[in-house]
Write a protein that binds this ligand. Sequence first.
Ligand code: MG
Length: 340
Amino acid sequence: MLLKQIGEFGFIQRIRNGCLIRPQGVVRAIGDDAAAIAPEPGRLTLVTTDLLVERIHFLTDAVTGEELGHKALAVNLSDIAAMGGTAREAFVSLAIPERYPVEFLDGIYRGMKTLAALYGVNILGGDTTGAKEDLVICITVVGSVAPERILTRAGAQVGDAVCVTGALGDSRAGLHLILNNIPVESEMAALRRAHVRPEPQLREGRLLADSSAVTAAIDISDGLSSDVGHIAEESKVGVRLFADKLPLSEELGLFCRRYGFDPVSWALAGGEDYCLLCTVAPSLLESLAGAFRESFGRPLIVIGEIAEAGVAEVVFPDGRRVFLEAGGWDHFSSDGGPHL
Ligand SMILES: [Mg+2]
């Protein structure tokens, strides 16, 4: 079935169910000229937007609608997580080419609603329009945080530990499998999954924020080398990473051995990991790491240290030092894998 058969209003009626899951504080939801929500007393409002464009950020043939909806919302929730916040409301806008079946669009909403329900997020509105060629998904998420708890990119101090909350490079490896039409065997399924179904680390972000030990934070979207650079820049400090401390999954190791890539490069420059990167006051590191492990059953991983402004390096176990370039990768612009 095509959208033109049911029209925009038919489509809104179709997707409306299950959008309002937490009615407290919501005065008007979908169906009015604007959503109306009560501000949370004593808290800052966080607002973040991400735009996903077909052929730039995703290939429709390579993902299900559900995966696409999940990821489109997850990347926004990840930004709220990086601020130490709680996600509250989402606004979803779609520009839809005529050829898209309504069933695929249903899938997008199913993916979004499932993830939204998991984190208590309402979908309170947005817009829908036609498009000539490519599907565009734009989501804005509103969240909140206590003013004294907010995590920002500024605040890292010389001597702080640099930590991450999950493995690096898997998502980029998953993208490589997708772009090269490599069938995903079960032993590599986690790589594809890391790319198409990233889990926003909202609970982790709140634990970091509540600890008072974290001096700066960011979520890893562009890639470790770029994102740690953002913290260094905003905090006016330098950074030193240790190559042998980077968390590499078994699956990434297998992938790199099979296709002849260097896992450290993929961890540094991969991107779209959507785990959190934070800097931690050294005197509070042990207690924070203990609390993190107790809550999530996995370690908070120390990968480096904050150094004097001007330092940007990766130290290898043999003593070699490599300049830490903001690598990252341009979406779909090249397919030789990331490089330093
Ligand atoms: Mg971010």
